[in-house]
Design a protein around this ligand. Structure first.
Ligand code: HEM
Length: 459
C-alpha cells in the first residue's frame, strides 16, 4: 500500500536558490537530449550509468555516476532506457523507494508486451511512484524545445504528487501538460506515437478509391469507347482532359461528404427527439475526420484549377481552334456570337471561381493557428454557413457546366452517364436535405433539441 501523502523534498523547495538536481538513467539519444534541455532550463542533471567512466559524451555540465549513487542524489529519476533492459531496476528497488520514476519509453509496435512499459516498471519497483510522460515527444523535439514542434506532453500515474512534480518540470521546459489519469492509461499513451496520421487514413482511402473508380470509369467511356467504336486512339487525353475530370469530380464528392454527416446527425436528432443519445460509431468517426476530408478535397480542387488554367496553351486545343477557323475560312462561313453560350460559360466559370475562393477560405480557417483565433460562433459561421455556400457554388458550377447534356442521348456512351452527373448525386442530396432542415418548422424543432429539449415518448 502506498502512503496517503508523501514529501518530495527537495521538490517542495523549488524556490530555493540552489538549482534542483534531477537524475537520468540512460545516456542514449533521448537521455542526452532530455539532459541538455533540463540543463538549459536551469536544472542540475546527474546521469546514472552502468559504466560511469566510459558511457560516451553527456551534455556539458552534467555529472555521471553509478545508477545507485545517481538515484540516491535526486528525487526524480527519468528512465531513458529500453524496456528490455529494465530488469536491473528490480535490484535497485530499495534505492528507488519513494522516488518519482518517469517512464519515457516507447515500443516498436502495438501489443508487443502483455503490459505497458510503465506498469512493468511499477511492478519492478513497487515502492516508487511511476509516472508515464514525455513519450510522445521525439529526441529532436526535446532538444529543440517546444517552439518548433509539438508542445503537448501527456502524462499519467497513480500518485497525484508525483504527477504534479513532473508537470512542474514539463511546464518549466515550456511544454503544456495533459493529465490522462492513472497509470492504467499508460498503454494508450505508449500507442500514441505508433499511430500514423490516424485521422487521415479514412479520407485518404476514400480519395484513393474515388480517384481510381472515376479514372477507370472515364477511361472506359472516353478513350476505350472511342477506340472500340471509331478505331481512333485518343489516349493522349488521359494526361489533361481525363485528369481534369477526375480531380474536380472527386473534389466535389468529398466536399459533399464533409457536410453529409452533419445533416445525417440532424436527421438522427429529429427522429430520436433528443440530443442526449450517442450517434452510431461510424457517424462519430466520419464527423471526426471532416477536416481532413475537406483539406484533401481542397487539394483536388486546386489541381482542377491548375489543369483548367493550362487549357488555352494546350497543343490539342490550339490545333482544334485553328482547324475550325481555317475550315470556316475555306468555306467562307461566319458564325454569330451565341449569347446563351456566353452567358452559360461565363456563369459556370464564375460559380467555379466563387466556389474555389470560399473553398480556400474554409481550408485556411481549419488551420489550428487560425481557428484558435476565432470564437466558436465565428468558426461555425465559416465552416457551416459558408461551407454550405461553397458546396452550393461548386454544385451549381457543375450543373451549369452540364447544362442540357443530360437530355442528349449521345452523351450516354454504352448507356453510362457522364462523370459529372455521377458527381452531382451526393452534393444534390446534401443540399436538398439541408434545405429541408432549414424549413422553419423543422429548424425550430432542431434548435429546441439542440438546446436540450427532449421529446417524451408516449408510455
Ligand atoms: C468542370 C473551370 C472550380 C468542379 C470545369 C470545367 C472548367 C472549369 C473549364 C470544364 C472542364 C472540361 O471541359 O473538361 C473551373 C474554374 C474554377 C473551377 C475556372 C475556379 C477557379 C471548381 C471547383 C469545383 C469544380 C471549386 C468543386 C469541386 C467541377 C466539376 C466539373 C468541372 C465537377 C465537371 C468535370 C467533368 O466531368 O468534366 N470547371 N472550375 N470546379 N468543375 Fe470546375
Amino acid at each position: 500500500e502506498k502512503p496517503e501523502s508523501m514529501s518530495l523534498y527537495p521538490l517542495g523547495t523549488a524556490a530555493a536558490p540552489e538549482p534542483e538536481l534531477l537524475c537520468i538513467f540512460g545516456t542514449g539519444d533521448l537521455g542526452r537530449s532530455l539532459g541538455q534541455r533540463l540543463l538549459q532550463s536551469g536544472y542540475k542533471v546527474v546521469y546514472g550509468s552502468r559504466r560511469p567512466h566510459s558511457c560516451g559524451p553527456v551534455p556539458q555540465g552534467a555529472q555521471v555516476m553509478s545508477h545507485t549513487a545517481a538515484a540516491q542524489s535526486a528525487s526524480v529519476v527519468f528512465i531513458c532506457i529500453q524496456r528490455e533492459h529494465y530488469g536491473f531496476l528490480e535490484q535497485l528497488a530499495p534505492q528507488l523507494k519513494r522516488k518519482v520514476l518517469v517512464d519515457v519509453s516507447n515500443n516498436l509496435r502495438k501489443n508487443l508486451y502483455p503490459e505497458a512499459n510503465a506498469e512493468y516498471l511499477q511492478r519492478l519497483t513497487p515502492e516508487a511512484y511511476v509516472v508515464k510522460a514525455f513519450n510522445t515527444l521525439s529526441a529532436w523535439a526535446l532538444q529543440n524545445g517546444p517552439s518548433d514542434s509539438n508542445r503537448q506532453v501527456y502524462l499519467c500515474g497513480n500518485s497525484t504528487e508525483a504527477k504534479e512534480a513532473v508537470t512542474e518540470i514539463a511546464t518549466r521546459l515550456g511544454f503544456s501538460v495533459q493529465d490522462r489519469g492513472s497509470l492504467s492509461a499508460a498503454r494508450e499513451l505508449e500507442d500514441f506515437p505508433l499511430q500514423l496520421f490516424p485521422l487521415w487514413r479514412l479520407p485518404l482511402r476514400l480519395a484513393f478509391g474515388l480517384t481510381a473508380f472515376f479514372f477507370f470509369y472515364l477511361l472506359t467511356r472516353d478513350v476505350i469507347y472511342t477506340y472500340a467504336t471509331q478505331k481512333k486512339d485518343i489516349s493522349f487525353r488521359i494526361m489533361v482532359s481525363l485528369a481534369n475530370k477526375v480531380f474536380p469530380i472527386v473534389s466535389l464528392i468529398m466536399l459533399a461528404l464533409c457536410y453529409l454527416p452533419g445533416v445525417i446527425a440532424a436527421v438522427f436528432q429529429l427522429y430520436r427527439g433528443t440530443k442526449y443519445r450517442r450517434f452510431p460509431d461510424w457517424l462519430d468517426r466520419w464527423m471526426l475526420c471532416r477536416k481532413q476530408l475537406g483539406l484533401l478535397a481542397l487539394a483536388f480542387a486546386f489541381l482542377h484549377v491548375l489543369y483548367t488554367l493550362i487549357i488555352p496553351i494546350r497543343y490539342y486545343v490550339r490545333y482544334k481552334i485553328a482547324a475550325s477557323t481555317i475550315a470556316k475560312m475555306k468555306e467562307n462561313q461566319t458564325s454569330e456570337l451565341d449569347t446563351t453560350i456566353a452567358w452559360r460559360s461565363d456563369s459556370y466559370y464564375s460559380m467555379g471561381i466563387l466556389g474555389f475562393g470560399l473553398y480556400v477560405l474554409l481550408g485556411i480557417t481549419s488551420l489550428p493557428s487560425v481557428s484558435n483565433a476565432l470564437s466558436w460562433r465565428e468558426f461555425s459561421f465559416i465552416q457551416s454557413k459558408l461551407g454550405y455556400l461553397t458546396l452550393f457554388f461548386c454544385t451549381f458550377h457543375t450543373y451549369l457546366y452540364g447544362w442540357d447534356m443530360f437530355l442528349r442521348s449521345s452523351y450516354y456512351k454504352w448507356y453510362t452517364p457522364p462523370g459529372y452527373m455521377l458527381s452531382l448525386l451526393v452534393p444534390s442530396v446534401v443540399l436538398v436535405l439541408k434545405l429541408l432542415l432549414l424549413l422553419p418548422c423543422v429548424d425550430r424543432s432542431l434548435t429546441r433539441i439542440r438546446q436540450g429539449w427532449e421529446r417524451t415518448e408516449p408510455q
